[in-house]
Design a protein around this ligand. Structure first.
Ligand code: SAM
Length: 437
């Protein structure tokens, strides 16, 4: 069988190379072994043809009231299955990226995920209409290739193919038509399907795909234009020099957030106290803070916290997309980047376990919390907030970010009964809190 393939992945976390391949070999591409079949209870996919699930096949019927949320697969351990097969289920689920991340979670590294969805609208239960080449325009319409970006740091896309349709094509076949030869503008009632084959990566890549999103690209361009316009009446050399000091190569944070971080830090320089960042990764935003403090000859220390070895395992169920991420850094690398500032202190390990006893008595003028996940954001707020000076500023990264729902939950819960207001910065996915007097 030939399919029209719209995207093959490269080794990187992008979708590239549009071409046509034979996908007659689905079975050859899949490892045999334990499989998880996620069905919508219509019996269609009880044993998918071409999928060599030979042993230990489990079925998760999303319509079975005894089963829990198929987006979370709670109770299903990590790295457990050789193959996961989900036929015509995704379009019925409300949180697509959560489902994809958890389905990837239960597949072993090197294992395969086969997904099929109807092209366009199919069935009463569908929450989403999937498109391939068209941008998502209408409400409830999702461009599948763009959606796959949210997990391409976890799994490589081997192909995305537009297939002859089922099950309506079976009806066509029964009527004497050959479903293989059905034209693209097939008669009403004939639905084509999109089939995706993904292979779980041995180790997650650093997730940077949200920076490639069109709205972030546009925001970066607008920020560049705003900085250029401001340069007409105020020198922007300091900010440009700070960016060039090693910040850009060591951060996953886009220009608009870097610019805001810099400006919020400047508002606090007249206050006493230290600065703190939790979530430094390769040290990019830490370098921005450090260079600003050096250039403005501001007093105080800068305390930096990170595992410097990847995201801790304290993940909520809808945070599976962050499992094992950000491991490609090291304390030595970050120490080298910040070696020109003697007031910088690195605290490697899982926060809050790594807080030195002496730091409990310190006050902070500025805090950058960039830890992505619910438990960490909560722990950061619990430590920083009582030590933040009146007028001091806390920048909470990832607030409002669709792929970091826990960060928003933790911040909302923490400030629910406190006098401060969380000020959301739309599109940049972060928020600011200024400590009240
Ligand atoms: C998005 S990255 C930080 C990005 C960084 N600010 C930059 O400039 O690119 C999030 C970091 O938070 C760290 N992290 C999350 N929870 C943590 C915790 N409880 N303790 C230490 N590090 C944590 C992860 O290890 C990861 O490196």
């Amino acid at each position: 069988m030939w399919g029209e393939v719209f995207a093959l992945s490269s080794k990187h976390s992008g979708l590239v190379d549009h071409s046509t391949i034979s996908i007659s070999t689905l079975a050859d591409r899949l490892p045999a072994g334990a499989g998880l079949i996620i069905t919508s209870g219509d019996g269609v996919s009880e044993r998918p043809s071409g999928v060599p699930i030979t042993a230990g096949a489990a079925t998760w019927d999303i319509l079975d009231p005894a089963m829990e949320d198929p987006q979370l697969l709670s109770g299903y351990g990590d790295d457990r299955y050789d193959v996961l097969y989900a036929e015509d289920v995704l379009q019925t689920l409300p949180r697509l990226s959560v489902a994809l991340a958890n389905w990837t979670r239960v597949v072993r590294p090197g294992g395969a995920m086969v997904l099929t969805v109807p092209q366009g609208c199919d069935g009463k239960a569908a929450s989403w209409r999937f498109t391939m080449q068209d941008p998502a325009v209408a409400d409830g319409s999702v461009n599948l290739l763009e959606l796959l970006r949210v997990i391409c740091h976890l799994a490589e896309v081997e192909y995305v193919a537009l297939m002859p349709g089922t099950p309506d094509s079976r009806a066509a076949s029964a009527n004497g038509s050959d479903p293989e030869r059905m034209p693209k503008d097939a008669p009403e009632g004939f639905h084509r399907r999109i089939e995706v084959l993904l292979r779980k990566r041995p180790h997650p890549l650093t997730p940077v795909q949200s920076n490639d999103a069109p709205e972030i690209q546009m925001l970066v361009k607008l920020t560049e234009a705003a900085i250029a316009a401001r340069a007409q009446w105020q020198t922007m050399e300091e900010f440009e020099a700070i960016l060039a000091s090693g910040v850009r190569d060591a951060t996953v944070v886009d220009l608009s957030r870097l610019y805001l971080l810099y400006q919020w830090l400047l508002t606090t320089l007249r206050l006493p106290g230290d600065c703190i960042e939790i979530g430094s990764f390769r040290g990019g935003t830490a370098k921005l803070i450090s260079e600003t403090l050096l250039r403005r000859q501001a007093g105080g220390e800068l305390h930096l916290f990170d595992t410097f070895a990847g995201m801790p395992d304290r993940l909520s169920l809808d945070e599976a997309g962050l499992k094992g991420c950000f491991a490609d850094t090291s304390v030595a690398e970050v120490r080298r980047l910040l070696a020109n500032n003697p007031h910088v202190h690195l605290h490697p390990g899982i926060f809050p376990d790594t807080i030195p006893p002496g730091l409990h008595d310190h006050c902070f003028r500025f805090a950058h919390i960039d830890v992505d996940i619910e438990s960490s954001v909560h722990d950061c707020l619990a430590f920083v907030y009582p030590r933040l000076l009146p007028g001091g500023v806390m920048v909470i990264d990832d607030y409002g970010h669709a792929e970091c729902p826990g960060a928003t939950r933790a911040a909302e819960r923490f400030f629910a009964d406190r006098p401060e207001t969380i000020v959301q910065m739309p599109l940049v996915s972060s928020a600011v809190v200024i400590k009240s007097a």
